[in-house]
Write a protein that binds this ligand. Structure first.
Ligand code: AKG
Length: 361
């Protein structure tokens, strides 16, 4: 995929953070970081909802209630913890172990997969779109994993064999889960199941492995810039039991305490568009820790490259509501998304249809 050129990045934060007397360099310092919510007696801390996959797939008379619950969670929160998700625990544990090993490899080894200027796949840091852009306190490895012919031959196929094989198995299992979730999430908002599958079956999928080193001044930096995902859904695994993910709910940043063995599932912009605004993609960010490293593995599920990204045709036909978002072919949608720096939900705003006064329709 040809993307606009990006600027040269600043190297590895993991290497930088090895210096124990470090003063955080200015290009990591975020002057305008919004504060994390501090609970008090009148405003206790909220936690993101939990969904049990067994409840969603059991069928029967309870099914309607479960669908209503799923719909209201995807509308109000756009994120949930998924327990009893069915992905084999030993595979998940193996995946975590291999990912920890990956980031422990010497920098020279990791640089074999280095992100090159103008590309978005590989190992590196925040993709820069301007010389003075702030850089996240994290090293990342991002790559497209599906369709298979889109895989870059120098990335996954060249991984250390144990990591490669485990990741392949993990992707297959999480893919099955992702497709089941699309069926259910579509059903909950009355999108025709066939339409949902035509869009997402064998769709564009990608993964991001992120390593957040400890930072001597954690309040000065950000691990992951606030953004909503361009995806349909994201299935996120916290790899080493150190929390750091935060979500913006009603204008405030609340921390997510991962439940053991849960995945975090979040609604991305494409699902917001497809549901014609019934679902909400959640803005999220990651903060870092003064003493502990943190790692996460995100798997992004998108439509096929040739699919239309726009309000669902079956939903528009059944509700007769006007479409609130434009329609773009997925390939074009991604090009436009990646050509901008991450910035809250600004790209989704661009997809909204405006009236003559420039207001949302
Ligand atoms: O590290 C996390 O918890 C969040 C990761 C994430 O949202 C991403 O990679 O897009």
């Amino acid at each position: 995929m040809a993307f606009p050129p990006s600027l040269v990045s600043h190297g590895s934060v993991q290497e930088l953070a090895k210096n124990l007397n470090l003063t955080v360099p200015h290009h990591y310092v975020q002057e305008h970081r919004e504060p994390t919510f501090v609970p008090n007696d009148s405003s206790p801390m909220q936690s993101i909802p939990v969904i049990d996959m067994n409840d969603l797939i059991m069928g029967g008379s309870e099914m309607r209630l479960q669908m209503e619950n799923l719909r209201s969670i995807c509308h109000e929160w756009g994120i949930f913890q998924l327990v009893n998700h069915g992905v084999d625990k030993s595979l998940v544990e193996e995946m975590k172990k291999r990912m920890v090993e990956f980031f422990k490899m010497p920098i020279e080894e990791k640089l074999r997969y280095k992100l090159k200027g103008g590309e978005y796949e590989g190992y590196g840091q925040t993709i820069l779109h301007a010389q003075d852009q702030k850089v996240d306190w994290a090293d990342r490895f991002y790559m497209i994993t599906n369709p298979l012919h889109r895989r870059k031959s120098n990335l996954l196929p060249e991984f250390p064999p144990l990591l490669r094989d485990t990741l392949e198995n993990y992707l297959l299992e999480v893919q099955k889960l992702g497709m089941s979730l699309f069926g259910l999430i579509g059903q909950a908002v009355d999108i025709n199941k066939k339409e949902m599958f035509e869009i997402f079956e064998d769709g564009m999928q990608s993964v991001r492995m992120t390593y957040y080193p400890p930072c001597p001044q954690p309040d000065l930096v950000i691990g992951l810039t606030p953004h909503s995902d361009a995806a349909g859904i994201t299935i996120l695994l916290q790899v080493n039991d150190v929390n750091g993910l935060q979500v913006k709910k009603d204008g405030i940043w609340i921390p997510v305490n991962f439940l053991p063995d849960a995945f975090i599932v979040n609604v991305g912009d494409i699902l917001e568009i497809l549901s014609n605004g019934v679902y909400n993609s959640i803005e999220h960010r990651a903060i870092v820790n003064a003493t502990k490293e943190r790692m996460s593995l995100a798997m992004f599920f998108n439509p096929k490259m040739e699919a239309d990204v726009g309000p669902s045709k079956s939903l528009i036909a059944s509700t007769r509501n006007p479409p609130l978002y434009k329609t773009l072919v997925m390939e074009q949608y991604l090009k436009e998304f990646f050509s901008r720096k991450l910035n809250g939900k600004t790209f989704l705003e661009k997809m909204k249809i405006k009236d003559e006064d420039g207001d949302d329709t």
